[in-house]
Design a protein around this ligand. Structure first.
Ligand SMILES: C[C@](O)(CO)[C@H](O)COP(=O)(O)OP(=O)(O)OC[C@H]1O[C@@H](n2ccc(N)nc2=O)[C@H](O)[C@@H]1O
Ligand SMILES: Nc1ncnc2c1ncn2[C@@H]1O[C@H](COP(=O)(O)OP(=O)(O)OP(=O)(O)O)[C@@H](O)[C@H]1O
Length: 284
């Protein structure tokens, strides 16, 4: 019960509507989140020293700012085992790319240490703890394709077919705060009325981000030649949707070399939860 390796998956916002701005500056939004079978790798190992260590791909982030550290710290009051932890991070997800890498690392840390440290918090408790670390953390804790409302914390599981996605990171870092504070961001999309259709949805941040970051516009224009495509979150990553892996891989091969990309399948249940269940079965 000392070691555990988990994948912290990427998320995509299949659409993102902004309905309103609240008095505290946060935005009321509606978004369909799905998780991909691709992400960062986190290796957890309990240690006798009463410390939280993070190693691996940590360059550019101070330990105290790392969401892995913040998540581990948030669980300390619930720890039943007097052990520290060493977390080894292998980063595969682009930072600030709108695929939620930091939030996913945080959620994966909460899920892993809840088990390794014997905290026994419920998924709901972990989601509440996670929300304090970032608006996207709860969706990774629940680990299901879901419609998010409120500021992103009201989650309703949503049945959506599994598809193949080609995700491209155009190599520009988009600041989420900058997008959400821009006066030109549309903020009054009416709330969804059921039944709604995917074809009637969009990403409300896309036009603004395309204008601010021409590389994002270039990426979307390129992807749209091959398949229906959109930006995820506040960017900069863009995705194209395919019914099969081969076609997605063929397009990836044609991608300009200045961009980075990957092909992955969406999953109704997050890969982290599947891996955790397998590990728990083995440890029984
Ligand atoms: C828009 C999304 O990318 C959709 O996945 C996320 O909800 C953003 O999630 P995140 O990066 O985890 O966001 P946070 O770290 O909580 O917030 C970053 C900043 O985004 C803005 N923000 C975020 C979420 C939200 N519902 N309204 C906002 O206005 C706020 O300015 C906030 O300071
Ligand atoms: N473990 C981590 N991995 C990535 N970023 C982290 C981590 N810890 C802290 N951060 C900080 O969080 C910022 C946003 O990272 P992240 O990769 O989650 O952005 P994002 O994909 O745009 O997220 P979102 O879609 O939720 O807005 C980074 O610029 C970085 O400074």
């Amino acid at each position: 019960m000392n070691k555990l390796t988990l994948t912290a998956p990427a998320k995509l916002n299949l659409f993102l509507h902004i309905n309103d701005r609240r008095a505290d500056g946060y935005h009321e939004l509606e978004s369909l989140f799905t998780m991909l079978d691709f992400g960062d790798e986190l290796r957890f190992e309990l240690i006798d020293q009463n410390e939280i260590f993070i190693c691996g791909d940590v360059a550019g982030i101070n330990k105290e700012d790392n969401l892995i550290f913040k998540a581990a710290n948030a669980l300390l009051p619930y720890r039943k085992v007097k052990k520290g932890v060493n977390v080894h991070l292998t980063k595969h997800l682009p930072m600030g790319g709108g695929v939620g890498g930091g939030s996913s690392d945080a959620a994966t840390t909460l899920l892993a240490l809840n088990t390794l440290w014997g905290c026994s918090l419920s998924i709901q408790d972990l989601a509440e703890l996670g929300l304090k670390l970032g608006a996207d953390v709860p969706v990774f804790i629940h680990g299901k394709t879901a419609l998010a409302q409120g500021v992103g914390e009201e989650l309703t599981p949503f049945e959506y077919p599994e598809k193949w996605y080609l995700v491209i990171a155009p190599g520009v870092h988009v600041s989420t705060v900058k997008v959400f504070t821009d006066p030109d961001l549309p903020r009054s999309t009416p709330k969804l009325k059921t039944p709604w259709k995917m074809a009637e949805t969009r990403n409300d941040c896309e036009e603004l981000v395309k204008k601010l970051y021409p590389e994002v516009e270039k990426t979307l224009t390129w992807l749209l030649k091959y398949a229906p495509s959109r930006m995820t979150g506040t960017g900069s990553c863009c995705f194209a949707v395919f019914d099969d892996e081969q076609t997605a891989l063929r397009v990836l091969q044609e991608m300009p070399s200045s961009w980075q990309g990957f092909v992955a399948k969406s999953a109704r249940e997050s890969i982290t939860h599947k891996q955790l269940a397998t590990w728990l079965n083995k440890e029984k």
